[in-house]
Design a protein around this ligand. Structure first.
Ligand code: HAM
Length: 434
């Protein structure tokens, strides 16, 4: 029968890489926790309207990239293209904003965008995101950026630079939109069809169109920094002042507009030049109108998300030393059925005590069992035969030093635990969560 392949733009996470993902995710969650963020998990699919209203119906994401379908009940459903809209919807729906603010949420989620797959750009990808709801203070923008930097520090990454911009508020955009309309009108014939449709209602979206022709025209378009209202300008200056005081290096890039409609004021991206064209590892900013847009009270907010596949690409490019899979503490090799029964219960006892323990499940010969124990890097092996059971003496071999120890059956777990404690050579290598 013909083999079935994974859909284009998706990636299987194979066991060989699982420990890397685990390590990255636990570092991210631990860092977020230290900053007071608590995890939220929302559904992988939402009502399509959430993204049309939240992300914006003239964005590339909503117009071109969403996985939208009708369910059997005739509802329009969309696989989440990003995490912010769902997190804000859940916060509003469950009244989380009635508690003490700011509300700090974080998440690890899969996201779905029908994009042209290439290195660092997938149709199913994963984000680590954080959202801080309830504060409009510039200090919150600065701390969020410091937090993002802390993450890169936690992985020892220095080759990532921060680009910063302010895209103002609806008030400053009135004049800016007029300037954009005037500029783009002169290029109307050359713009792609989607952008022609954007000109009247939301000309800022033309600035992040992926079409090379639109990109070229957009490169010379007026920038919003020249149109900021007093409040937005002051906010931006204050954020920059805090970053300067904290000695955070950044570049103001007036061309950063972000691809999602909800952003206001500060926006930022962390970019790595070592992983090709899709170098934006993390992006975020303030979105002061989104909570209200999604039916909540008028509450300012901000956040960011980082692409985990891109972070892993950066870590691989930098040859980051992952801890790797922990070797099993002990592997039981058996000769005969009695030994197998005993191994099963001893192994189970050690597993209950928190040790990574395993036994032969393949009916292999003793030689093949020892070979397998070596292959999986077991730190100790116990070889059990009928004679050992009769003599109540089980031999435990330290696979690194070759030393052999003995234990009776009744005290096996306790003796093994002591052996591990004494065997300082393997300190930290033996998994014991007990
Ligand atoms: P975004 O810039 O669309 O922002 O996505 C955030 C990050 O997700 C990007 O910087 C990139 O690393 C990763 N990413 C995006 N698309 C893909 C893709 N097709 N393949 C692989 N990685 C991708 C947001 O999604 C906002 N919700 C961020 C945010 C949170 N803003 C405020 N709070």
């Amino acid at each position: 029968m013909a083999q079935i392949k994974a859909p284009r733009g998706t990636q299987d996470m194979l066991p060989a890489n699982a420990s890397k993902w685990e390590e990255v995710e636990s570092t991210l969650l631990a860092t977020a926790k230290a900053y007071g963020f608590r995890e939220i998990r929302t559904p992988v699919f939402e009502s399509t309207e959430l993204f049309q209203r939240g992300v914006g119906d003239l964005t590339d994401v909503v117009q071109k990239e969403m996985y939208t379908f009708e369910d059997k009940g005739g509802r329009s459903i969309t696989l989440r293209p990003e995490g912010t809209a769902g997190a804000v919807r859940a916060a509003v729906e469950h009244g989380l904003l009635n508690d003490a603010l700011p509300l700090k949420l974080c998440y690890l989620t899969s996201c779905y965008r029908y994009e042209k797959p290439q290195a660092g750009r997938l149709r199913e990808f994963h984000q680590f995101g954080v959202e801080c709801l309830g504060t409009g203070e510039p200090i919150a923008d600065a701390q969020l950026i410091l937090f993002a930097r802390r993450i890169f520090d936690a992985f020892g990454l220095e080759n990532i630079h921060l680009e910063l911009n302010s895209i103002g508020c609806p008030h400053c955009r009135e004049n800016y939109y007029n300037a954009l309309r005037e500029y783009f009108s002169a290029h109307l014939e050359t713009l792609c069809e989607t952008c022609r449709g954007r000109l009247e209602k939301n000309p800022m979206r033309i600035l992040d169109c992926k079409s090379p022709v639109c990109k070229e025209i957009a490169a010379q378009a007026p920038v919003i920094l020249d149109y900021l209202c007093d409040e937005c300008r002051e906010h931006f200056e204050t954020v920059k002042g805090y970053l300067d005081a904290a000695e955070v290096p950044y570049t103001v890039n007036p061309r950063i507009v972000r691809g999602l409609d909800y952003y206001t004021k500060t926006v930022f991206e962390f970019i790595c030049d070592d992983i090709g064209a899709q170098g934006t590892v993390l992006g975020g900013g303030r979105y002061d109108g989104l909570v209200e847009e999604l039916g909540g009270k008028s509450v300012p907010a901000l956040g960011f998300a980082m692409g985990l596949e891109r972070l892993l690409m950066v870590l691989e490019a930098k040859q980051y030393a992952f801890e790797g899979d922990a070797a099993p503490a002990i592997y039981f090799c058996n000769i005969g059925q009695n030994a197998l029964r005993l191994s099963l219960s001893l192994c189970d006892e050690l597993l209950a005590d928190g040790f990574a323990a395993d036994l032969d499940l393949m009916g292999r010969s003793l030689k093949a069992q020892m070979k397998y124990a070596n292959k999986i890097g077991a730190l100790f092996t116990a070889v059990i035969g009928d004679d050992d059971i009769a003599g109540d003496c089980i031999k435990i071999k330290n696979m690194r030093t070759g030393e052999v120890y003995e234990s009776n059956v009744a005290d096996f777990a306790e003796n093994f635990e002591n052996l591990v404690i004494q065997s300082t050579l393997f300190e930290g290598e033996v998994e014991n969560n007990g």
